[in-house]
Design a protein around this ligand. Structure first.
Ligand code: TXA
Ligand code: MG
Length: 320
């Protein structure tokens, strides 16, 4: 692993130009999106993308999302469809990723899609991400800017803690508003939910007037990244906890007694925004177990529970 001199880029005109220049030169720059911080590289540069996998310690079979400035740029790389158009016209820019078959004319790196015939594409709405894409003038490959398997970063300090010395720069854009990754829909066959996320599934189902198919964790080809253990803090998690046990620290939801509350008013949007930062904070407290209040499985609650279940799942031996 090469040691890199990690610079901080300010979110001003100069910082954004320097960050784009670094990407153009094959470097790795973490940048804010409305969901979480992404670890960006030029999506057409194989070496830069190989460096993303190395910096994150990410398994090579787990493909990356290509981020675009606008729909017309994104469309050129995939086999576009009516359903894609319907979702994109309403929900882009925003926390939605679409998986579509790659178009033969696409020059996106093959490493980005890890050998699959499909590619995942997204148009972020965060103004800094948009300006960075505009300055680069091409797509940016970006997974979440954390060490593989760990908690996703929602502020520059989280990125710094995981990746300082491993990447070339961090574009400082403060905290991410949504706080959970994008919802991923596979449109290569029947519309299928690969990952619940920042856009509630019911909104998408209502737009399409159909239920989304759900991919099984075991379907490694369709959802290569949906590892059972993910977003994992060092501490163990005890889910659906009504009260705090001895030697536990409690992450609450709603009007409960706890050490930190995702949303005292039971607001799921607020809770989503606070989830990863709360796990980061409580994990710094040296507790062995974090007890977490029950979260309703509605709206963004589905994505919050998905992340909590993965964070609570047994860890592979090398991630203990
Ligand atoms: O909100 C987000 O989506 C953030 C920001 C930075 O955009 N990105 C993000 O990337 O969460 P990452 O790499 O942490 O998660 C992307 C997921 C992975 O689980 C990966 O397996 C899946 O997308 N993915 C990428 N390409 C795919 C493809 N062709 N088919 C199926 N899944 C794919
Ligand atoms: Mg991730």
């Amino acid at each position: 692993m090469t040691i890199r001199d990690t610079q901080t880029f300010r979110p001003n005109e100069r910082g954004l130009i320097e960050a784009a220049d670094t990407l153009r030169g094959g470097g790795l720059v973490a940048f804010p999106t409305e969901t979480v911080y992404g670890l960006g590289a030029d999506a057409q540069n194989d070496t830069a993308i190989a460096n993303i996998y190395a910096a994150k310690g990410r398994p090579q079979f787990n493909p990356l999302i290509a981020h675009f400035a606008d729909i017309s740029q994104a469309k050129r790389h995939v086999k576009w469809s009516n359903i894609a158009n319907q979702l994109a016209e309403t929900l882009w820019p925003g926390p939605l990723t679409l998986v579509l078959e790659r178009h033969s004319r696409s020059n996106l790196s093959r490493l980005l899609s890890a050998g699959l015939s499909s590619v995942a594409i997204r148009i972020p709405s965060h103004p800094i991400a948009k300006q960075l894409l505009a300055n680069l003038g091409g797509p940016i490959a970006a997974p979440s800017a954390n060490i593989s398997g760990q908690i996703s970063p929602t502020c520059p300090e989280h990125v710094h803690a995981d990746l300082f010395g491993r990447i070339d720069g961090i574009l400082d854009g403060g905290s991410c508003q949504v706080g959970l990754e994008s919802t991923i829909i596979d449109l290569t066959g029947l519309p299928t939910l690969l990952r619940p996320g920042g856009i509630p599934v019911d909104i998408i189902e209502e737009m399409l007037s159909t239920k989304l198919a759900i991919v099984q964790n075991s379907d490694a080809i369709k959802a290569p990244g949906q590892l059972a253990s993910h977003y994992a803090p060092r501490a163990d998690l005890r889910l659906n906890a009504k009260t705090k046990g001895t030697n536990e620290i409690m992450l609450g939801f709603g009007p409960v007694e706890c050490d930190l509350n995702l949303s005292a008013t039971s607001n799921l949007v607020e809770a989503a925004g606070n989830l990863f930062s709360s796990l980061h904070i409580l994990d710094g407290d040296n507790a062995t177990t974090i007890a977490v209040s029950p979260i309703p499985e509605t709206g963004l609650g589905m994505a919050i529970n998905d992340r909590l279940r993965r964070a609570a799942a047994p860890r592979p031996a090398n991630e203990q």
